[in-house]
Write a protein that binds this ligand. Structure first.
Ligand SMILES: [Zn+2]
Length: 373
């Protein structure tokens, strides 16, 4: 959601990030559990105890979501997919899995493991709750709450709309049945939008009846609706890029600029003056990195006079070259995986023949879809 996220841990070689929006949900959870739910249910508890249990439960909800996402990543990795970071944000977590799965059965396994792990966690927390009951009522209550929340997470994720796990399960079944991934995605995404509208409608009804927490349903439905539409788009993009090579996407005209140049000078003297959009950044004779129009746009304008090209460029170490024959979809995934805007295209002998920027790919897709190809 936001551009900046915090890396908090690395588990099984997978980076765990927190998006700032996650703090909102964390406070809301702690507040509604510690300030509302526990005090109402257990009026005998001192206020401080209720707050402590609220905080503990929220932290463990966070750990539960993490386990859920990790299960997706680990199964994906076991099936040979490349997995990226896990990011926790306002509505839970996302495990970044770079490639679309190649076989329906694999997708089925990758998707179903998430809700399953939530159900397993629910069962474990339930056992803990029973086990702790004679010793500590507050801890037992927290564990019971976690059992309920994990059950809810599992059920919610099983809703049959793409991009939720249930939608992926549905898609893999349709895909297996029809042999057509695009069609399967279209149906799963339509069902997903249906589910989303249903949630929004339910939320509105609740609000009309004076239950303001219904706003959450409206919000979640709205989010799911856009995600469902987006998921389909992504598949379309991938099918447009089918058979397209890096050489079809790359630009071959690029200038060179010194690393110490200010952004302002880059814009005035190079981008506007020479109408070029990408540059190799040099220090003396050494290539230091590449800078694209996208990098400039991502820098606040007030920083332009002071910031240098070296501050915003993608440094050489993060550039992973592709060959002119590389598949367009692979190029797109590698941009997303490394979270960079550009990738150099090199011949096998190491000579630079072109650069592909994110916008080049987008422009290509737009052109091809406008022409109806
Ligand atoms: Zn999931």
């Amino acid at each position: 959601m936001f551009k900046h996220k915090w890396r908090i841990a690395r588990i099984f070689g997978i980076n765990i990030n927190i998006d700032p929006s996650w703090l909102i949900i964390f406070f809301l959870f702690t507040w509604s559990l510690g300030g509302q739910f526990f005090p109402t249910r257990y009026p005998a508890w001192p206020r401080s105890l209720a707050w402590m249990m609220g905080l503990l439960t929220s932290l463990l909800v966070f750990a539960s979501v993490l386990v859920h996402e990790l299960s997706h990543s680990l199964v994906a990795r076991q099936q040979g997919e490349k997995v990226g970071d896990i990011t926790l944000f306002l509505l839970g977590g996302v495990a970044q899995i770079n490639d679309e799965p190649k076989k329906p059965l694999r997708e089925f396994g990758m998707a179903i493991v998430g809700p399953l792990s939530s159900f397993v966690l629910a069962g474990l927390f339930f056992l803990v709750s029973v086990f702790l009951h004679p010793a500590s009522q507050p801890l037992s209550a927290a564990a019971l709450t976690l059992a309920v929340i994990n059950t809810g997470l599992g059920v919610f994720n099983l809703l049959p709309g793409f991009p939720m796990d249930g939608g992926r399960v549905l898609r893999s079944i349709l895909w297996q049945a029809t042999g057509d991934m695009r069609k399967a995605t279209r149906i799963a995404s339509a069902v997903g939008q249906g589910v989303a509208f249903l949630l929004m409608a339910l939320g509105f009804l609740q609000v009309l009846r004076g239950v303001f927490s219904g706003l959450w349903l409206v919000f979640i439905g709205w989010f799911l609706q856009s995600a469902a539409a987006h998921g389909y788009e992504q598949v379309v993009v991938r099918s447009v890029l089918q058979g397209v090579k890096a050489r079809d996407l790359m630009s071959t005209s690029f200038g060179t600029v010194p690393a110490s140049l200010t952004i302002q000078a880059l814009v005035d003297d190079f981008i506007l003056e020479r109408k070029e959009r990408m540059f190799m950044v040099m220090e003396g004779d050494d290539l230091r990195g590449i800078v694209c129009l996208e990098d400039v746009k991502a820098t606040p304008r007030k920083d332009w006079p002071r910031a240098r090209v070296r501050d915003i460029m993608t440094p050489k170490e993060r550039l992973e070259a592709v060959s002119p024959e590389t598949d367009g979809r692979v190029v797109l995934s590698s941009l997303a995986a490394k979270d960079v805007n550009q990738v150099p295209v090199m011949e096998y002998d190491g000579s630079l023949v072109g650069i592909i920027c994110r916008t080049d790919i987008l422009r290509y897709i737009k052109l091809k879809t406008e022409l109806g190809l």
